[in-house]
Design a protein around this ligand. Structure first.
Ligand SMILES: *Cc1c(COP(=O)(O)O)cnc(C)c1O
Length: 490
């Protein structure tokens, strides 16, 4: 669509020439272009290598992260990144799309079959650049501007894109362009309060309700969500970003059974590239009242993704999703997903045995939330001392937290470590390191006083420096022994 005259001319010459001259033309013009990043840009390459070392040596407990496969990395670094293909397979706005059409169609077919969906009942859009744009595309497509949306509140474990706003500011674009109303978890039990959701939904009459979480360690009751949506006439959308690897493996509740639309990221427990997917019902079905319901999501959602919000799809990434879905459909992946949950349960039990409080008392899935209020250390300090000990996780609000800016919890997840081959006995060792680091953090906090800046300084004081380093050295020596997919140095 946007070739300049010059590039058009160059292209014609290259195509007209014989094969030999074509190759020579590339070689002559591309001494620089043929260099690897380590030859061509050592400054940047050093940074990438350092990140690789950090990933290898650390214990990765961020619940949304994973280590993707070599095949996924191959696709991401392939020639597919060069291709413009605005539109959809068969209806592109560009020529030369024969092969990317095959790639994208393969990805769509694999997405449906991986989640055991019939192509008569479900469609899928594989172009969203990530989870947030996928969600925004759904709202854009099926909820009119300033239409009403309900999602789990961010401090209670919902995602930003489910409509977060504060007293003074609309934070998420979902709350700027649509009207969002949060629902909550019970502040004592930490469990989702379906009854309150139902009552609020009756008052608010949302067009769409989101069943999805970023920090919640229990299985969602999609059937209950369905009943609430039917009662108030809302569309039910599941955002299974965190758990899509567990769903594909069939080891947790299946949102497809009850939902109209399902969105997901592909880089979390699914272990693919950084991208998003939108599944939508199509065709028609007869509801419980015997009425025929016709779904019109397909054109609305596809139109919202392109041309509504996005331009050219990232076909390299779509290829990577396709290969990740192939892997995710194997018995080996099912075993992986089962082990993720076993490891998360073991992590929760281990921490509880050491006296830590786990929100909701445990986990059914890949992650858990520790409530540090009785452990006498804040989430921010715990996150910092753990990071200094090469253990990566993130601070998070716990139900009942007074301030979202100073949260009292830590969110921990097992998909990444499970990819590296961690089993329950290895998790016991991880529990021990976490406990050592938090105990040291508490000791440092007593000396430094309440302020985070003072705490961070104290961690590097002569008095504590060696203790931190000792834990870090143990963690790194332990972690380095485990396998890691991908390229050796980068
Ligand atoms: C991670 C996540 C997203 C957003 O994904 P990005 O790829 O970071 O945009 C959306 N919804 C939920 C529930 C998530 O956990």
């Amino acid at each position: 669509m946007h070739f300049s005259n010059f590039s058009c001319l160059t292209l014609k010459i290259l195509i007209k020439n014989s094969k030999g001259v074509f190759h020579q033309a590339i070689r002559m013009s591309s001494a620089t272009l043929q260099q690897s990043v380590w030859e061509n840009d050592p400054e940047l390459y050093e940074m990438i290598k350092s990140e690789k070392k950090r990933q290898l040596r650390g214990l990765e407990l961020i619940a949304s992260e994973n280590f993707t496969s070599t095949a996924v990395l191959n696709c991401l670094g392939s020639c597919l990144t060069n291709k413009y293909a605005e539109g959809y397979p068969g209806t592109r706005f560009y020529g030369g799309t024969k092969f990317v059409d095959q790639v994208e169609t393969l990805c769509q077919n694999r997405a449906l079959s991986a989640y055991r969906l019939s192509p008569d009942e479900w469609g899928v859009n594989v172009q969203p650049l990530s989870g947030s744009p996928a969600n925004f595309a759904v709202y854009t497509g099926v909820v009119e501007p300033h239409g009403r949306i309900m999602g789990l509140d961010l401090p209670d474990g919902g995602h930003l894109t489910h409509g977060f706003f504060t007293q003074n500011k609309k934070i998420s674009a979902t709350s700027i362009f649509f009207e969002s109303m949060p629902y909550k978890v019970n502040q004592e039990s930490g469990l989702l309060d379906y009854e309150a959701l139902h009552k609020t939904a009756r008052l608010f009459k949302p067009k769409l309700i989101i069943a999805g979480v970023t920090c919640y360690s229990r299985v969602l009751d999609y059937k209950k969500f369905r009943e609430i949506c039917d009662d108030v006439g809302a569309i039910l959308m599941a955002d299974m970003a965190h758990i899509s690897g567990l769903v594909v493996a069939g080891v947790t509740a299946d949102p497809f059974e009850y939902c109209d639309i399902v969105t997901t990221t592909t880089h979390k427990s699914l272990r693919g590239p950084r991208a998003g997917l939108i599944f939508f019902r199509k065709g028609s079905k007869v509801n419980e009242k015997g009425e025929k319901v016709h779904y019109d999501f397909e054109s609305k959602i596809n139109g919202a993704v392109f041309p509504g919000l996005q331009g050219g799809p990232h076909e390299n990434c779509i290829a990577a999703i396709a290969t990740a879905l192939k892997q995710a459909s194997t018995p080996e992946f099912k075993e992986y997903a089962t082990q993720i949950i076993r490891n998360a349960k073991r992590l929760g039990e281990g921490l509880q045995a050491k006296g830590y409080k786990v929100v909701t008392g445990g986990t059914d899935v890949h992650m858990l939330l520790i409530d540090l209020r009785s452990a006498k250390i804040t989430g921010a300090k715990a996150e910092y001392i753990l990071e200094e000990c090469s253990i990566a996780c993130n601070k998070n609000t716990v139900p009942g937290d007074k301030s979202a800016l100073n949260p009292s919890g830590l969110r921990l997840g097992t998909p990444a470590l499970t990819t590296r081959g961690f089993k329950e006995s290895d998790i016991d060792q991880v529990v021990d390191y976490i406990d050592q680091a938090i105990k040291l953090g508490r000791e440092i906090g007593v000396k430094s006083g309440p302020k985070l800046v003072d705490f961070k300084k104290a961690v590097h004081d002569a008095e504590f420096k060696d203790k931190v380093e000792s834990i870090r050295n143990q963690v790194e020596a332990f972690s380095e022994k485990f396998t890691m997919p991908g390229f050796e140095c980068y």
